[in-house]
Design a protein around this ligand. Structure first.
Ligand code: SAJ
Length: 406
């Protein structure tokens, strides 16, 4: 039996995949509302293919509980928040989950950490905690790190087809855990050491952040001389060894906008490029604000409440608003006393900001300038409704002659 700790964006789909493959799975979360909802057959977030997978796992007998189970295999997928001021990772939930596992696990159990942890976290916090409790790592328990790599919006597909890394102290145990993940993962699984697994995960997200920053810097360069950055990137990407990502209103989410800071924090003298990339991406909401002002000036619009931001999520077709560029932009607007801007997101069903609309047409009726912050399919399918507006298309999805670009 596998006990999966943490039933959020990563733990739940992973638990379902194991259950689908026929293994006995128990999912544990401290949040009893979440556990009750899952037990009643109700999901708490949307993701393509998740509902079908959930139903299949339920018929295969998956269980959800607030309790830890005595077993031989644990996968820990709890949040690893980062502390904004110090830019460091806070390992408190991982440490607490490890402690709860130690209280109950069988001798020789495998503790597999899936949560993203900054390089060195295992040696600095997790090992000492296990040893402090009097357990011998490698005898009483085995410690592994198997960082998740799935992208929201394509999670189920990527769980099956993305390669993965298993970081282990002991190759034999690493191979065993590789065998476990092979129950659903069809791609290559590399067994490595824990430090390399920690580092490679953070490096992947940092690489993407830098690539997006390059696209965003190009957008700013092109703006000054009215060149079409998207066309330039499209042409450049026809080169067989060039693959530039897309500029946008900023980088959000709990991963790409966070993980590079771990490297900056630990290697301040060696991370000029990484730090600059972070700063460029963080500057994009301010750039969007400048573009909104350009359009207001051009059209003699003085009232900021005539501006509507479409999208609160951090990216397309998800409801996750963590570190979202729209929230960053609203913060920036508050600093500039630009209050009253309207907001709408079809995926965000709870009211989380002022002047947030729940109905798209009501939202459109109130505004003159529409800023596309997120390229949800919803807006792609409703282009007819926005044709009459002044559109600042920060995601380049509208393809109107008249739309403004960032
Ligand atoms: N973005 C751009 N331009 C692009 C691509 C993305 O501006 O060309 C923006 C998005 O709009 C969003 C942000 O970047 O605001 C991040 O989105 P994303 O789709 O690039 O990535 P995440 O954060 O959803 O997921 C990433 C993935 N990592 C990589 O692709 C290297 C995923 O595989 C990881 O599992 C995930 O982080 C994680 O959990 O670490």
């Amino acid at each position: 039996m596998i006990n999966i700790i943490g039933l959020g964006y990563i733990g739940l789909p992973t638990a379902l995949m194991f259950a689908k493959s026929g293994l006995k799975v128990v999912g544990t979360d401290y949040n009893s509302n979440l556990v009750n909802s899952l037990t009643e057959g109700k999901l708490t977030f949307e993701e393509e293919g998740l509902e079908e997978l959930f139903q299949e796992a339920i018929s295969n007998g998956i269980e959800f509980t607030t309790e830890y189970k005595k077993t031989h295999t644990y996968i820990i997928a709890v949040p690893t928040p980062y502390i904004k001021d110090s830019k460091k990772l806070d390992p408190k939930y991982v440490i607490s989950a490890v402690n709860s596992v130690l209280d109950i696990c069988e001798k020789g159990a495998a503790l597999i950490i899936e949560s993203t942890i900054s390089p060195g976290t295992t040696d600095k916090y997790i090992r000492p905690e296990i040893e402090r409790r009097g357990y011998v790592i490698g005898e009483d328990v085995h410690l592994l790190h198997a960082p998740e790599r799935i992208i929201p919006g394509k999670m189920i597909y990527e769980l099956e087809y993305n390669s993965r890394t298993i970081g282990a102290d002991n190759l034999e145990i690493g191979e065993k855990v590789k065998g476990l993940y092979s129950n659903f993962c069809k791609a290559e699984i590399v067994v490595s050491d824990i430090r390399s697994a920690e580092m490679s995960k953070v490096v992947e997200n940092t690489y993407r952040d830098i690539n997006i920053a390059f696209a965003n810097e190009l957008a700013k360069i092109c703006r000054t001389d009215n060149m079409d950055v998207y066309e330039i990137i499209r042409i450049a990407n026809m080169h067989p060894r060039v693959n530039i990502l897309q500029p946008g209103p900023g980088v959000g989410g709990h991963c790409i906008s966070v993980d590079p800071w771990f490297l900056v924090g630990d290697y301040p003298d060696l991370t000029n490029l990484i730090l600059t990339a972070r700063k460029i991406n963080d500057s994009m909401p301010r750039h969007v604000l400048g573009r909104i002002r350009d359009i207001m000036r051009e059209h003699g619009i003085k009232d900021i409440s005539k501006v509507g931001l479409y999208g609160l999520a951090y990216k397309e077709n998800v409801d996750d608003t963590r570190e979202s560029p729209t929230l960053q932009l609203l913060e920036r607007m508050d600093e500039h006393l630009a209050f009253g801007v309207k907001v709408f997101d079809p995926f965000v069903k709870e009211r989380i900001v002022d002047h947030q609309f729940m109905n798209f047409e009501d939202f459109l009726n109130e505004i003159e300038i529409l800023v596309v912050m997120v390229g949800h399919d919803h807006i792609k399918n409703n282009k007819d409704l926005i044709k009459e507006k002044l559109v600042l298309d920060a995601k380049n999805i509208c393809a109107f002659e008249s739309s403004y670009k960032i």
